[in-house]
Design a protein around this ligand. Structure first.
Ligand code: F6R
Length: 269
């Protein structure tokens, strides 16, 4: 285990917050994931991990790859099963902007994870079949024994996965399953850097549901930078509301840990 002291540690309605300089937080996150995987393998013989894409986890995956390359991981990825949070729709897995390609590039290929153990929602399923596919995804997670750890990033608009802000009641939002969704304008605008123009950014995506995320045995949220400060503060200590999906984590706060930096935590203290 890494022995890095956080600059601050505090409990909020949305979970336990650890503040680190970003580079330290990325190291702590990779160590955290490795420990959670090791513990699950010790307990049940396999680890089931929910993964995120986006810019935030890239250095974390890099560290995990280095830990494995330097022989510092006390487990083999043969005992690991992964489920990713989301995928654009429609989207080919061979498209460089697909989340399947992202995960292959940053993690799966580099740690030798077999394709039948890495599950990314399929952006090529026929439209009429998307609900069936999404429900299958939730069933696969359950059949594998549920998620030991879910890694989350946080959108500037507070989305988790691609569960976007909405007017749903909290009760309905908490029960949302994996499904096809419309992307929020902020999410599409943030994706222009990857797709080139707004026109090229998909309008829809398949996302793991709020209920599926909250069912994980533990949840690790990463949020860095001043552009996340509002969403971090509202998620952790604002009213629980579907307008700020990150706030729905308050319903399971005791199993949620947030790794943040001073910039994203600026409105917390
Ligand atoms: C990605 C995902 C999203 C991102 C969020 C933050 O799989 O589900 O919720 O975690 O949009 O993205 P970055 O890390 O690029 O700021």
């Amino acid at each position: 285990m890494l022995d890095l002291e956080p600059q601050r540690r505090a409990k909020f309605p949305g979970g336990t917050v650890l503040v680190y300089p970003r580079a330290d937080a990325e190291l702590v996150a990779s160590d955290w994931i490795a420990s959670a995987i090791g513990a699950a393998i010790d307990d049940r013989g396999q680890a089931v991990v929910g993964l995120a894409t986006g810019s935030t986890p890239i250095p974390v995956y890099e560290h995990l790859v280095s830990l494995r390359t330097s022989g510092k991981l006390p487990f083999d990825f043969k005992s690991v099963i992964t489920y990713n949070l989301d995928e654009y729709y429609p989207m080919s897995p061979t498209d460089p902007n697909s989340y399947r390609a992202f995960m292959d590039k940053h993690l799966f290929r580099r740690v030798g994870l077999a394709a039948n153990r890495t599950h990314v929602l399929d952006g090529t399923v026929p439209e009429a079949y998307t609900q069936h596919h999404a429900s299958d995804f939730d069933r696969w997670i359950a059949a594998d024994g549920g998620l030991d750890l879910q890694l989350l990033g946080l959108g500037r608009n507070g989305h988790i996965g691609f569960n976007e802000p909405s007017d749903l009641t909290v009760e309905v939002a908490l029960a949302l399953p994996t499904r096809l969704v419309e992307l929020h304008p902020t999410t599409r605008s943030d994706a222009i850097k990857d797709f080139g123009t707004e026109f090229d950014v998909p309008r829809r995506a398949l996302t793991m549901g709020i209920a599926s995320i909250l069912a994980a045995r533990s949840i690790l949220v990463l949020a860095f930078g001043s552009n996340k400060a509002d969403a971090v503060a509202e998620s952790l200590m604002g009213t629980m509301t579907a307008r700020m999906p990150g706030s729905l984590l308050q319903s399971v706060a005791r199993k949620v840990t947030w790794l943040v930096d001073a910039e994203s935590a600026a409105k917390l203290f």
